[in-house]
Design a protein around this ligand. Sequence first.
Ligand SMILES: Cc1ncc(COP(=O)(O)O)c(C=O)c1O
Length: 482
Amino acid sequence: MSTKEAFIPIRKNEAAKTIRDKYLLSPFVLKCLRLHIMDEFLRLALDLIEASEKHEHYRDVECINLIASEGLKSPAVKEMLRLSMDLESRYAEGENDLDGHVKKRYYQGQKYMTIIENCATDLMKTLFKCSWADVRLVSGTHANLAAFKGLSMATKNNKMVVTPLSCGAHISHDYTGLAGMVLGLVNIDHAYDAEEMTIDPDKSASIIRAAKPGIVTFGGSLFLFPHPVKELRSVADEVGAYIVYDAAHVLGLIAGGMFQDPLREGADFITSSTHKTFPGPQGGVILGDLKDERMEKAIKRIQYAIFPLSTSNTHLARLPALGIAALEMRVFGEALAKQTVKNAKTAGQYLYENGVKVLGESKGFTESHQIAVDVREYGGGRVIAERLEEANIILNRNILPYDDQSNRENPSGLRIGFQDVTRRGFKEGDIKHLCDLMLQVIKAERRPSEVKEDVLALRREFPEIEYGFKSLKEALDYIKKT
Ligand SMILES: Cc1ncc(COP(=O)(O)O)c(C=O)c1O
């Protein structure tokens, strides 16, 4: 493909294309094919193609997405992914140096791959103002695996202080998940203040002093307010613990300067996904600063935990798109993060004023992209999430800090994220309109199937993706003129 062809912008208003424009096969042709195919294996292949196409239309065009852990890629990031398909077949096993750059590879043909990985690394280092990054992680869970394994080797200590699962930690921090079952780490819980919806710094200081862990973690999946990193830095130093801040949910807000800046507050490492509020391709990253021998030891151990311990191929095809997402966050990140938090706060206030219990009321409901809502009196999180799904509003049930931890089937809560709708252009008035539709379902004032018509109409009002480049050409034009 020539460079000229490669940069033909994708059609404007892609989201609004009709189902028939987008599909390889018309519904009529599909029906005829299905009648004629006798081979079960071929039928399965056809089912798969059809379901994949339908999924794209359903989730990208017909639904309003409020899942807090999902991101929305710009047309430029998607275009970069489409143009990186050769990398999807390649390998680049080997070691990196202390700048995070490629040092040694065990395969030939690396001429451009090395440049791509180094550029993606440096874009992330510059964006997050740190001297070391590793972009070889294929997910946020993988980033946690490498960080926890590396640091437990560096400290020869298998204890880790973590936020309790019911108070927002990710399963990979927990003794029932990666940390305990795969890495054999022992969890000691932070003290969590369910009124403040954050970690209690004084009580956690005593816990850390008593437990003497090798790792103290912050960050999480239900994450409304900043965690006390600053307050607990010196306590971690007293016991020789490294601080790992899991920014999977809030990385885009940090890039936009709208959430706490963990590395400046004293975290040693950030681990993260690259596809939630940071709107890149699915992947992971670890960030840190090589400022002294203690950090050098830790970085070397983490690098060892990445390769050879936990990677072979590193899903290289996502790296060019990761770099474009980093560029977008530098250009649009502040405005995007500001509006995302504003939209989340607006929804918290509006739902609260309309009689729904929203957590964190005394602190303005949230400082992040998400809110937590207690819908026990309306049937619980599972029931309401399923009813909202019938109305094409997609979100997830969530366990709340005061819930029984084992009741994952029907917990009290919903976790609602606003990063997707913000990127589609929703402002405060649109958020209130969306909340009205949600309230009608939550309070069973209208049937979900009726509300769905209004959801589809609202979704149609936002065909474009904002706060990003509309094409790679637009990104290149920006680079050329700046
Ligand atoms: C706090 C946190 N860390 C890590 C992860 C795992 O990320 P990934 O899905 O990229 O493995 C998640 C997932 O939502 C998360 O919420």
